[in-house]
Design a protein around this ligand. Structure first.
Ligand code: NAP
Ligand code: G4F
Length: 338
C-alpha cells in the first residue's frame, strides 16, 4: 500500500519541494492550497508534478472541511506548511496571522485526536521563535523570545504540538527551521527580492532596489535540502524537535555582495543608516538605497543554528553554502529574465 501524505501549503516554496521529494519516495500526495486570484500552480509546474498530486482547494482555517478531508483521506503523515509566512506582513495583519498560524494548527491536532487517526504530524516551526536571545547559536534547548506576531503565532503552535504529544501521546514533530531559500522563494523575501531585482538590473542598468535593515544576520540554507529533514524526522523517529540550519550566519549586505560579485558589477557602498547607498561604478549612480518603510517595528538581529543534534541523530548536514545559494538564485533569475 502506498503511504498517504497531506501537505498543507503545497503551493508554497517548501510545499513544492516536499511534494516532489515525497513522490520520489512513492507516496500518494494530497496538497491543500487556498484559492487566490492568480493561482497557476507555478511551483508544482516547475517540477512538472501538478498531474501527479491531488490538489484540494481548502483554506486550513475551515475547521469542518479539515475534519472532512482528514477523515476521508486518513493520511499516514501530515506536513503542515501552510502559513502566513511573511514576518513583515504579520505586523499589519496580526489577527489573520494568528488564525492561520496558531488556531488552524489546533484544529488539525484536535481533529487527529478526536478521529483517533494513526497520523504523524509535522509542524513547520521557525527560528523566528528565538527572536533576540543572548546566545551565539540557537539549538533545541535555547529559550524563545519572539519579536513579531508571526514569531508569537508560531510559538503557540510549536507549544501545542508539544502539549498534544505529552498529553495525548500523539505523534507530532516540530522542525525549527532557519531561513531557507531557493529559485522558488517568494518574491517578497529579501534574498529573492535582491536576486530578482539584480537579474533585471544586470541587463537594463536602470531602476532602484529599496531595502530596509542590511545588517540583520540570517542563517540561510537551501530549501530543497531542508524538506528532506522533515521526512527524516517523521520516519526515523529519533526525537521530536530539531533545529535545522547551516551553522553559518551572513548579513543581508554580504548576500548582496555575493550576487554583485557573481554578476561582476563593480560597486561601492557610501553613507550610513538610511543614507546608505550602493553605487554602480560604471554609471556612477546609486542602484540600491534604504527605505524606512522596509524596517520592522521589532527586528530579529541575529540567527545562527547549532545543528549538533541533527548531525548526531539523523546524520544530516546541509551541503549548499550561502554563497552557492546566492549564485543558484541569481542564475535562475537571470535565465527567467532572458
Ligand atoms: P510560503 O512559500 O509562504 O508557503 C506557504 C503557503 O501557505 C502558501 O502557498 C500560502 O498560500 C499557503 N497558505 C497561507 N495561508 C493559508 C490558508 N489559510 N489555507 C491554506 N493555505 C494557506 O512559505 P515557505 O517558505 O514554503 O514555508 C513553509 C512553512 O515553513 C511556513 O509555515 C513557514 O512559516 C515555515 N518556515 C519557513 C522558513 C523559510 O525560511 N522558508 C523557515 C522557517 C519556517 P498563498 O500562496 O495563497 O499565500
Ligand atoms: O527575507 P525576510 O523577509 O525573512 P525573515 O523575516 O527572516 O523570515 C523568513 O525566515 C523565517 C525563519 O527565520 C521564517 F520563519 C519566515 O517564514 C520567513 O521565511 O527578511 C530577512 C531579513 C530581515 O532581517 C529583514 O528586516 O532581511 C531584512 N530586510 C532588509 N530589507 C528585508 C528587507 N526583508 C524583506 N523581506 N524586504 C526588505 O526590503
Amino acid at each position: 500500500m502506498l503511504k498517504k501524505a497531506i501537505i498543507t501549503g503545497i503551493n508554497g516554496q517548501d510545499g513544492a519541494y516536499l511534494a516532489n521529494f515525497l513522490l520520489s519516495k512513492n507516496y500518494k500526495v494530497y496538497g491543500f492550497y487556498r484559492r487566490n486570484s492568480s493561482n497557476d500552480f507555478w511551483r508544482l509546474k516547475y517540477f512538472d508534478i501538478l498531474n501527479k498530486v491531488t490538489v484540494i482547494d481548502l483554506d486550513i482555517t475551515e475547521q469542518l472541511e479539515v475534519h472532512y478531508y482528514l477523515n476521508k483521506i486518513k493520511p499516514d503523515e501530515i506536513y503542515n506548511l501552510a502559513a502566513q509566512s511573511f514576518v513583515q506582513s504579520s505586523f499589519n495583519n496580526p489577527y489573520q496571522t494568528t488564525i492561520i498560524n496558531s488556531l488552524a494548527v489546533l484544529f488539525f491536532l484536535e481533529t487527529i485526536k478526536t478521529l483517533k487517526l494513526d497520523t504523524s504530524f509535522y509542524q513547520a516551526s521557525t527560528s523566528e521563535m528565538f527572536g533576540n536571545i543572548n546566545s551565539t547559536k540557537q539549538n533545541e534547548k535555547s529559550g524563545f523570545n519572539p519579536r513579531s506576531p508571526y514569531g508569537v503565532s508560531k510559538l503557540y503552535s510549536h507549544n501545542m504540538c508539544l502539549n498534544y504529544r505529552e498529553a495525548f501521546n500523539m505523534d507530532t514533530y516540530s522542525g525549527i527551521l532557519f531561513n531557507h531559500e531557493s529559485p522558488l522563494r517568494g518574491y517578497e523575501f529579501v534574498t529573492r527580492k535582491i536576486t530578482n531585482f539584480l537579474a533585471s538590473y544586470y541587463t537594463n542598468r536602470n531602476d532602484k532596489l529599496h531595502l530596509g535593515n542590511l545588517y540583520a544576520k540570517r542563517d540561510w540554507g537551501f530549501a530543497g535540502e531542508y524538506v528532506e529533514v522533515m521526512w527524516e524526522m517523521i520516519n526515523k523517529k529519533k526525537d521530536f524537535d530539531y533545529v535545522v540550519g547551516t551553522g553559518r550566519t551572513t548579513t543581508i549586505k554580504k548576500f548582496i555582495e555575493f550576487c554583485l560579485n557573481y554578476l561582476e558589477i563593480n560597486y561601492q557602498w557610501t553613507g550610513e543608516g538610511v543614507k546608505e547607498k550602493c553605487i554602480d561604478k560604471k554609471t556612477g549612480k546609486a542602484f540600491i538605497e534604504i527605505s524606512k518603510e522596509h524596517y520592522r517595528p521589532t527586528e530579529v538581529n541575529y540567527l545562527k543554528a547549532d545543528i549538533t543534534k541533527l548531525k548526531k541523530d539523523l546524520k544530516w548536514e546541509p551541503k549548499i553554502k550561502v554563497q552557492e545559494l546566492a549564485v543558484m538564485m541569481m542564475k535562475s533569475d537571470l535565465l527567467r529574465n532572458k
